[in-house]
Design a protein around this ligand. Sequence first.
Ligand code: M6R
Length: 379
Amino acid sequence: MVVLGEKVRCIDLETKKEIPKRTIEIHWSEKSAEKGSYAHFMMKEIMEQKTTIAETINQNETVIKKVADEIKNAFGTYLIGCGTAGKVCLTASYLFSRVAKKHVNAVFGSEFGSHKHFLTKDSLLIAVSQSGETADTLEAMEIAKEKGCKLITIVNVESSTMARMADIVIPIKVGPEKAVASTKATTAQLTVLTQIAYALAGKLNEGKQLLIAAASQINDMLNPRYEDHIKELAEKIKGVESMYIIGKDVNYPMALEAAIKLQEVSYIHAEGFAGGELKHGPIALITEGTPVIAIVANDETKKDILSNAMEVKARGGYIIGVSPETSEIFDYWIKVPDAGAASPIVNIIPIQILAYHLSVIRQNNPDMPRNLAKSVTVK
Ligand code: M6R
């Protein structure tokens, strides 16, 4: 780096050529990095979803359509992420199948090495990340780059290593996410991927309308009464040792994501399952009073997941329904808006709130859970 007066020039030490500057406009305000009136960043960031989803919809349409074309023409697309971002990728693989009838692979960054044998220069890798610095996801990008694949990233930090490596960058634009547990970045990543799925089906406008409706429903949903209702549930179940979450289709990966959220901030043993898998083993874990969250979308999956919840109830389980409509099976009902194909976006939010309150009631620090870092930059 050569500093001349106020000017800074970067020189490639091998070629001695100047490296052109990339200008990135960051719209984050100083205020967005402060807690304001909230006790913790986690709750502040959950509540910010009243506006972040609407802001994320506002993407450059040309870029969204370009990414959809890349997927259409690729010889295999891999959605890569870790932790929550990995669950977002898995949700998107269901969405792409449902909305665009297109198969995409969802692979955790740490597992991607085993897939490298399938890559050609026509394969496409889409890295999903909040920080853009997660070592396992970066390694997947390096592997794909070596094979000559095109790289796309859906990322929050626009100055990150992932953004610099990628051929196309889709910023999720949610401002700084400071709590270790990902909340607003999760729903924004889902928002972008939903748009891409609709663009791939040639129905971007329809997708945007669906998301605009969901954003407005979320704005209405996130009110103090709603939070109190969930806090009441947290009080009821605060002493449990284990809890489980079931979902189907796009809401199966959301059950996995719900488990991560509960694990990392409440330290309660939580596991997510595909509802239909219960009878193949996990149902043996249900005893009298075991809380089981059933994520029930108002679609063709409803009958099956309610029947799975019924199997749990028959074994003494305490059923918490996250659903637009109540059911006699539910012992506790958390109402969510009926958001159609955007249901994963709305369904995860009450579970984020539940995880937060369980954390606070159990006297944990939801912003800085034990043993975890916001950005995992080591393998
Ligand atoms: O910054 P990234 O989105 O790449 O981080 C990936 C995971 O480490 C992250 O999502 C982690 O699972 C969260 N703490 C979950 O809330």
